[in-house]
Design a binder for this molecule. Structure first.
Ligand code: FE2
Length: 199
């Protein structure tokens, strides 16, 4: 029998622990559970820590957008309303996503932390993993495994004026106001996203 295994936490090396701590406390509505001069542990749920931040007496080499390794860490909200609430809170604090993508299975807002690590705040758009897997192997995802980028201000505005969630979470809704021609480049690189109108 396969033993039960769950993802426990992520730990980031950083040269700016305090700035990173404050950023994650805000972005994830997290709390600090343990901290020393060089270490901070944060959580936002029942786990004792979900994120660790570690500094060292000697500075780490700074990461670049093209460094090999972790592309992003993703956090899931229970509803579009919850995701948009967090988006609005962060927007009011001047923290905006780098790029937002209507993947289909998820609606995803990608932020960059102060070190340049990407953090995905998302919702699942299907009821369960079985439905999601069916979409991943279906024609829409096969034709384009990324999906269109969208303007999160438009998403919030459309949500607030009552556009149904079932519509807002489709690629069709996002594509109608697509904002970047190559979301994957915006997601992975240091190039600013190119507006669709620039093509
Ligand atoms: Fe992701």
């Amino acid at each position: 029998m396969t033993p039960e295994l769950r993802l426990a936490h992520t730990v980031l090396q950083t040269n700016r622990k305090a700035v990173m701590r404050d950023w994650y406390v805000r972005a994830l509505a997290a709390r600090v559970v343990y901290e020393t001069e060089l270490i901070a542990f944060l959580t936002f749920d029942e786990e004792h820590h979900r994120l660790g931040l570690i500094s060292a007496p000697v500075p780490f080499a700074e990461r670049t957008p093209t460094t090999v390794g972790l592309a992003h860490t993703a956090y899931t909200f229970a509803s579009l309303a919850d995701l948009l609430d967090r988006f609005a809170v962060l927007r009011a604090a001047g923290v905006r996503p780098h790029v937002c993508v209507a993947h289909g299975p998820t609606t995803s807002l990608y932020y960059r932390d102060p070190d340049g690590n990407t953090v995905e705040l998302q919702i699942d758009n299907f009821a369960d993993a079985e439905e999601t897997t069916a979409y991943l192997t279906g024609p829409e995802f096969t034709a384009d495994p990324v999906g269109p980028a969208f303007d999160p201000d438009r998403l919030l505005a459309d949500y607030e004026r009552g556009v149904p969630i079932a519509e807002l979470t489709t690629r069709t809704w996002a594509a109608a106001g697509a904002v970047h021609s190559h979301p994957l480049l915006a997601l992975t690189g240091d190039e600013p996203a190119r507006p669709v109108s620039a093509e």
